[in-house]
Design a binder for this molecule. Structure first.
Ligand SMILES: Cc1cc2nc3c(=O)[nH]c(=O)nc-3n(C[C@H](O)[C@H](O)[C@H](O)COP(=O)(O)OP(=O)(O)OC[C@H]3O[C@@H](n4cnc5c(N)ncnc54)[C@H](O)[C@@H]3O)c2cc1C
Length: 467
């Protein structure tokens, strides 16, 4: 929708005057979507004293298709927001990752680091997203639930986003209930499909990884497992597929069970995920109870946009956070931590930008957001994109699974790499992961150079263990 408006809200005296006492349809910042990215962005913006309007199409508590697993990275993000993660408050802790593959089973505790806690969590998204959204409200964000954003409002002269149009989610879709909201900055945190980004011409990139995953819940005696469990053996005939299955005990009598595949697999796009899940679960011990009678919800699936698969992250006044910006970790499919972290980086950038008086200065600060993201994840995601390409080859996937499952020290290293859990400086494995991420953007070359180093590091650590 196009509408008359000041050419640039930062420089408009009228807009500034209005913002001193904003009517209900104006804010400093509009955040579209109150998932982990949007709620975290809104929380930090409100903490900075900005007037934030958080528009969410659904009403909390609401379901979201997810594995419900949180690594220590996500725990850190929660702690940063002052959210209690105690067991009394309903969080279920885990000690690490159990990996099953190539006929072996390894228990890998979360690494012992200064930068991250030594435990992960599980929590249904029904509770999790509501907790985050309420935390943003406590900090002062104005949350409007049941409001669907329908498009951007553009400055007629510059095509810059100066607001959004929205309607009540359960109201008529014919435009009659639509209204406009204005803001100095607009954030798209509306998830994988990010219709707001698409409306601004920002589409998913075909050259970037994408995952698809399905999940459901079963009543099972395994519900109080204190390890997250990951199965590497997903087969299609005699092809080992790039992806994994998971069983995450929810501690409430059920487990979240699902699987995900990468778009680098030959069968991507014509895989029957429900059938794959069924076949995989048929191979499980009967006493675990993964049967139709014990299934407590539907099998539901969604896409995982990985490795910056929508760019640029700043375009014409619109800033992208979380899945909207394709920020899922390509190594392990984890998205919540990155949604929250990108939300924090974004909020700090916006707070700095809006504190500048002049348009050009503010614009320069906002334009720094993609650079800040690149600095935080650019090298690591470039490496992840190479990893995804390599494991898309069934023979390489089979070799990597067999080779690494037979070497616990290598798998401890792999856990740090795949979950992005290292200390700056740190031990030899931390330095290797950090170094690899720095060498990218030539990740293919970096991986090839690093393989001999990984071998010697691995031999040294095995040798130390034997002595
Ligand atoms: C099957 C599956 C399993 C997964 N398992 C894990 C896991 O175990 N751990 C992990 O870390 N990650 C996991 N992920 C990834 C994780 O779910 C996402 O990365 C994460 O939810 C991203 O958060 P977000 O806030 O960016 O987007 P979302 O969580 O998608 O939130 C977007 C929000 O925007 C709202 N919205 C959308 N459009 C509009 C609109 N037009 N107007 C207003 N509001 C709107 C939505 O209702 C939603 O609340 C999994 C994903 C899938 C599909």
């Amino acid at each position: 929708m196009t509408e008359h408006a000041p050419s640039f809200p930062f420089s408009s005296q009228a807009a500034d005057a209005a913002l001193a006492r904003p009517p209900v349809d104006e804010a400093d910042v509009i955040v579209t979507g109150a998932g982990p990215a949007g709620a975290t962005t809104a929380f930090y913006l409100a903490q900075s004293g900005l007037d934030v309007l958080l528009l969410e199409k659904s009403r909390f508590p609401r379901e979201k298709v997810c594995g419900d697993g949180l690594t220590p990275r996500a725990v850190k993000a929660l702690v940063n927001m002052g959210i209690s993660v105690s067991e009394q408050d309903g969080w279920v802790r885990n000690k690490g990752l159990r990996v099953i593959g190539a006929g072996k089973r390894l228990e890998l505790p979360w690494p012992d680091l200064a930068s991250y806690p030594g435990y992960g969590l599980v929590r249904t998204r029904l509770d999790f997203d509501q907790t985050l959204a309420r935390r943003a409200q406590q900090a002062g964000a104005r949350l409007s639930e049941g409001v669907t954003v329908t498009g951007p409002v553009l400055d007629e002269r510059t095509d810059r986003v100066i607001g959004v149009t929205a309607r009540p989610t359960d109201g008529p879709a014919d435009g009659s209930a639509e209204r406009a909201y204005r803001a100095r900055v607009v954030v798209a945190a509306d998830g994988n499909s990010s219709r707001l980004s698409v409306a601004m011409g920002l589409r998913k990139r075909d050259d970037r990884p994408l995952g698809v995953a399905v999940r459901t819940y079963y009543k099972t005696p395994r519900h109080d497992d204190d390890y997250l469990e990951s199965w590497l053996d997903l087969w299609s005939g005699d092809r080992l597929l790039p992806g994994y299955g998971w069983i995450f005990g929810m501690g409430d009598g059920t487990s979240n069970v699902g699987l995900g595949l990468l778009n680098t697999s030959v069968g991507f796009g014509h895989t029957d995920y429900h059938a794959l899940l069924r076949t995989w679960l048929e191979g499980m011990p009967a006493e675990w109870g993964f049967t139709e009678e014990n299934r407590t919800g539907p099998v539901r699936g969604a896409a995982l946009p990985m490795g910056f698969n929508r760019t640029p992250h700043y375009h014409q006044g619109l800033l992208l956070a979380g899945d909207a910006g394709g920020m899922v970790n390509p190594f392990n499919g984890e998205g919540i931590a990155y949604a929250m972290e990108s939300g924090e980086i974004l909020a700090r950038t916006i707070a700095q930008a809006l504190a500048r008086g002049r348009r050009a200065e503010a614009e320069r600060v906002l334009a720094g957001y993609p650079h800040a993201l690149e600095q935080a994840y650019g090298g690591y995601y470039a490496l992840g994109r190479t990893f995804v390409k390599l494991i898309g080859q069934p023979s390489l996937m089979r070799f990597a699974t067999r080779h690494s499952m037979a070497r616990p020290a290598l798998m401890r290293f792999a856990l740090k790499l795949l979950a992005n859990l290292t200390d700056p400086g740190g031990d030899a494995s931390d330095r290797l992961v950090n170094g690899l991420s720095r060498i990218a953007p030539n990740p293919e070359g970096a991986v090839m150079q690093a393989i001999p180093k990984m071998g010697s590091w691995h031999r040294a650590s095995e040798g130390r263990k034997q002595r």
